[in-house]
Design a protein. Sequence first.
Length: 264
Amino acid sequence: MSWIQLYIRLVKASLRSQMQYKFNFAFSTVMVLGMFGLEFIMVGTVIQKFGGVGGWSTYEVGFLFALMMYNRAFYRMFASEINSFEKYLVDGMLDQHLLRPIPILLVLMTRQFRPMLGELILGSTLLITCLLHLDASGQLDWRLALLKTLIAIPSGFAITFAFGLSTATVGFWTHRIDDLRRITDDATTNASFYPLTIYPKWMRVILLTVLPMGFASYVPAMHIIRGELSFWTLPATLLLALLLLAGALRFWRFGVTHYQSTGT
């Protein structure tokens, strides 16, 4: 059986398990949709009141918000257990998976697999609304912008996944990674919901070099909706995402070989 076939089977099994609690799934979807929707309404109202933030209009910030909602949704959909990898290291849960003739990463990416409908619905609604408004104002062609966005989304997901996987790998030596994850994942993701122009220079440098989450939303948006960067922005962003992903996977394989059981 190929790894792809095995992955599909494990995902189906995880989905069947999730769907045993249909009310919980529907309730969490509605709650996420309401929570993030209310957050953007509040932020958007403030931005609209002051005529923009960091030189960006409400609909331009909404586009950034939509991109990051997609990144968040796909990361939590395909890698939710990587995001909570500490429990496997601290409680010794990883040991049992090492005994199976299946790559550990494949197992982790199929456990607790569920569609993040709340984020996807909100992201799609925001994306279409913002593109149509910017098109009506003559700032862009919404069809071309949508096509470019569909190219930018996989890049953003790959970058987010690379950071999540690299952070999890550090746990093979430290075991405790939740505090580190709050910096490399939570903090950078939350910062990328908004234009980097609102942050001090040192923080912009970090988000574009050391922890380049700015390439998951801000840099593509500069080209897609503002036309301030060249045609090569999206290909270059995709190349960066692939390099980060390849490096994260290599680091992960190195970390697995150095794992020592907790002894529990």
